[in-house]
Design a protein around this ligand. Structure first.
Ligand SMILES: [Zn+2]
Ligand SMILES: [Zn+2]
Length: 257
């Protein structure tokens, strides 16, 4: 079931839980290896895989990330397929055709594979918002199976851009070259800017699967400091807790209604 929504600045934000589970054997590593120096135990990491549905006061719908996708997903080698995004949308009374804007934070298989279904765009009427730098770096199955399938619906942006009423994207590179985060009111949907809560205490902690670990750490530290200064609500892809309000010294869960 979807986690509970919150409403900020007239926009309802609903976390959709595409999957919960550990990474598959292909890339599974103990936490201590994924986040070197983190002091976490030598245990597997159990992730939630969250997408976020935004509904503005006029009823317009924006989807942030599209999850793991079906059994034929490029992410099937390591992520728990099939993702259940379609069922999560149905549970909140939304059909894929009603989505007007899809923001892809980046082209990793657990965020963008659900952009397509059965060799066609999964969201017929949506613009798919992607950063130019991410498009430039696209390769392999994410290019051949995903980007090429949605190419006629791509809306490519560079840097910061308004993509729907009250919804703005910001380039936040490092995890991937064109990784972007999404703002709606107080809520910052941060994709893979922050992977695990341990990085809130120490944004400098590297993540094994960041493309550029130094750039990612720099972006993470700068962005988290700015969000913390604003008392923003962090909405990550992979924490168990979908909403955390950043405080000067920590973070507290925000319960939905
Ligand atoms: Zn969840
Ligand atoms: Zn990623």
């Amino acid at each position: 079931m979807p986690h509970r929504p919150i409403t900020v600045s007239g926009v309802e934000v609903t976390p959709l839980c595409d999957a919960v589970g550990p990474m598959g054997p292909a890339i599974r590593r103990p936490l201590a290896e994924l986040f070197a120096g983190c002091g976490l135990p030598d245990e597997p990491w159990v992730l939630h895989f969250h997408c976020y549905l935004l509904r503005d006061a006029a009823g317009r719908l924006t989807l942030v990330d599209t999850g793991i996708g079906g059994d034929d997903s490029p992410a099937a080698v390591w992520a728990p397929v099939p993702g259940r995004l379609a069922g999560e949308l149905a549970a909140v009374g939304v059909t894929p055709a009603e989505i007007g804007t899809v923001v892809l934070t980046h082209l990793h298989g657990d965020h963008a594979s659900g952009a397509v279904a059965g060799g066609r765009p999964a969201f017929d009427n949506a613009r798919y918002v992607l950063q130019q730098a991410e498009l430039d770096a696209a390769a392999g199955p994410m290019l051949d199976d995903v980007v090429s399938t949605i190419k006629d619906q791509l809306h490519v942006v560079e840097g910061d851009a308004d993509v729907a009423p009250g919804v703005r994207v910001h380039l936040a590179p490092g995890h991937t070259p064109g990784h972007q985060i999404v703002r709606a009111g107080d809520v910052a949907m941060t994709g893979d800017l922050v992977l695990h809560p341990v990085q809130l205490d120490d944004p400098g902690l590297p993540y094994l699967y960041d493309d550029d670990q130094e750039a990612a750490a720099r972006t993470r530290a700068q962005t988290l400091a700015a969000l913390r200064g604003q008392g923003a609500i962090l909405a990550t892809a992979h924490f168990g807790e979908p909403f955390l309000r950043l405080t000067p010294t920590g973070a507290t869960p925000v319960s939905g209604r």
